[in-house]
Design a protein around this ligand. Structure first.
Ligand code: SF4
Ligand code: FES
Length: 396
């Protein structure tokens, strides 16, 4: 979903760390074992780092209930084991219980990635009865003031706490997803404690990755180097202290790294997601790369698309690489980093991800990040279908 930043194998996300752990026969491009389904882009929240594309799919373009059911059956048939219902906000779809039930009937393990604000106790119970296996709830902070401001949704934080409690009462496993940035990193120790208090199994500490909406909001979100170093220390200490109580996934922002992340586990190797309109995508941000033609579940089988789609094959493996990646000893380790970030920052998705210290642009971008992190810009551009709304000066 959008306010959950995927912990991309990332991440992704966000959730996608789960995908990474359940990786498929990636090296031979076998069908991934877990797939992200963005069943709608509609969402009551307006998070400024939303992982959805800036051009959102409107509800009229969404796959119908029957089309999603067909997708679920097809996924089960080709060997997928796990689906993540995401968005936007997946609970905005009235047919979610029916979709979860169908997924369960065809043998898929189901995870709901949600902001939780639209759920009632009764509907969560219906989802559990339909076979829902796991719930992941995003949190924007530790207290209402900041959390509701980041989400652009009043009353959201309180509701999330309530739904997290219901989740555990229904005996469903819970993951807390916390997207971290300059304006909330100081709350990390309390977010860790909140996760323990909510009896979550897992906490995803996902630093914002800067493409799509987050790139538009980079100046308001970029953390300082000192904040990140403190964040890493906090995570390391908590992992040790909470061993056996809370598992903590940690995604670092790669602007300050020397090597880029192996985004999506490598383009078209371990992951795909399906957009609200039925496009099969190598990553949730792939549509931000212009000039790629993505196939739809409406016109081809998913297995065919995975193997033959020009968009998947364009950046698969290492054959497409330019220097410095082309002859780099790490090319089969990180696959040149993130294609979406390379496109967003250099205009060519085949360039080395500037997060890499060997990219000619790395130094410039690192310095820019440092300047932005020390800057005064705190106002958000909130995510919406109108292309974004700037937060007013009073933070409302
Ligand atoms: Fe990875 Fe390319 Fe950087 Fe080498 S040059 S470390 S392959 S991104
Ligand atoms: Fe990294 Fe698209 S987000 S490849």
């Amino acid at each position: 979903m959008s306010d959950v930043l995927p912990t991309i194998p990332l991440d992704t996300s966000d959730s996608l760390a789960v995908l990474e752990k359940s990786r498929s026969t990636a090296e031979t491009f076998g069908i991934p074992l877990a797939v992200l389904l963005e069943i709608t882009h509609r969402c009551p929240l307006q998070c400024p780092y939303c992982s959805n594309p800036v051009e959102l799919d409107r509800s009229g373009k969404e796959l119908s209930t029957e089309e999603w059911k067909k997708v679920l059956s097809e996924l089960a048939e080709i060997g997928v084991l796990q689906v993540h219902f995401s968005g936007g906000e997946p609970t905005a779809r009235k047919d979610l219980v029916e979709l979860v039930k169908h997924a369960s009937d065809v043998g898929l393990y189901t995870n709901l990635i949600t902001s939780a604000v639209l759920l009632t106790r009764e509907r969560l119970g219906d989802l559990a009865d339909a076979g829902l296996c796991h719930v992941q709830i995003s949190f924007q902070g530790i207290e209402e003031g900041l959390a509701d401001r980041v989400a652009g949704y009043k009353g959201g934080h309180r509701k999330k706490l309530e739904v997290a409690k219901w989740t555990r009462e229904l005996d469903l496993p819970l993951t807390v997803n916390a997207v971290m940035h300059r304006q909330n990193l100081h709350q990390l120790p309390e977010i860790i404690q909140m996760s323990v208090d909510l009896d979550a199994d897992r906490l995803e500490v996902a630093n914002v990755q800067y493409y799509g909406w987050a790139l538009k909001n980079r100046a308001a979100l970029m953390p300082t180097v000192a904040q990140l170093e403190q964040c890493t220390r906090t995570v390391e200490e908590a992992r040790e202290r909470l061993k056996g109580t809370l598992a903590i996934d940690y995604v670092v922002p790669d602007y300050y790294a020397l090597r880029p992340k192996k985004c999506m586990g490598g383009w078209g190797r371990q992951f795909f997601n399906i957009s609200p309109a039925g496009k099969v995508l190598p990553c949730h941000a792939a549509e931000s790369i212009t000039g790629l033609d993505f196939e739809s579940v409406r016109s081809n089988s998913i297995a065919w698309i995975w193997r033959n789609s020009e968009a998947f094959n364009r950046y698969r493996g290492t054959g497409w690489m330019k220097e410095p990646c082309k002859t780099c000893e790490f090319r089969e380790i990180d696959f040149g980093g993130c294609r979406c970030q390379a496109f967003a920052l250099t205009g060519d998705a085949a360039n080395t991800d500037p997060a890499c210290a060997l990219s000619p642009l790395h130094e410039t971008i690192f310095k820019q990040a440092e300047r932005e992190a020390e800057g005064e810009t705190n106002r958000f551009l909130y995510r919406n279908f109108a292309g974004g709304t700037l937060e007013d000066e009073n933070g409302a």
